[in-house]
Design a protein around this ligand. Structure first.
Ligand code: CU
Length: 153
């Protein structure tokens, strides 16, 4: 009898919002980060895709998003859009009691070297790393190519 049950993908998705960095400054709560509004518009090809999300910091200390990785893409870079041109940025600040917003026409994540073309209905698992806080895992849904919550375009 083989009693090996497939315990598969029963990840509870528990949000480990641990803002304690150990022996930090007394009285400081540190950064308290959460992620919302994430999505990837279905890309035209497997060469490149964009991704958007919002990171909220309810803590009283700023933090910094330093890298984004995923098994779905060989490389993910962070871009900002300034004066209509985009440029790669090494890190983004997440202000205390504030938000870091990635949205169409502004800051965005750029996925390259994709394993395959993401399609509407897929979910891309991302790992966000920060200068101070522990990493966060994000399940980013792939939406239609024209999905755009901010402009409705
Ligand atoms: Cu870009």
């Amino acid at each position: 009898m083989t009693g090996v049950a497939a315990t598969g993908a029963a990840l509870a998705g528990a949000l480990a919002l641990v803002g304690c960095g150990g022996s930090g400054a007394p009285g400081s709560s540190g950064a308290v980060l959460s992620v919302g509004a994430s999505y990837m518009p279905q890309p035209v090809t497997a060469d490149m895709a964009a991704g958007f999300l919002t990171i909220t910091n309810k803590g009283d200390t700023k933090d910094e998003l330093t890298s984004v990785t995923s098994d779905a893409a060989g490389e993910i870079t962070m871009h900002e859009t300034a004066g209509g041109a985009m440029q790669e940025v090494g890190s983004f600040e997440v202000p205390a009691h504030g938000q870091l917003v990635f949205k169409s026409g502004g800051n965005h994540l750029m996925f390259e070297k994709l394993k395959r073309r993401p399609e509407q209905g897929d979910t891309i698992t991302l790992r966000l790393k920060f200068a101070e806080s522990g990493p966060l895992t994000v399940e980013m849904p792939v939406r239609s190519a024209t999905y755009n919550p901010s402009t409705g375009h």
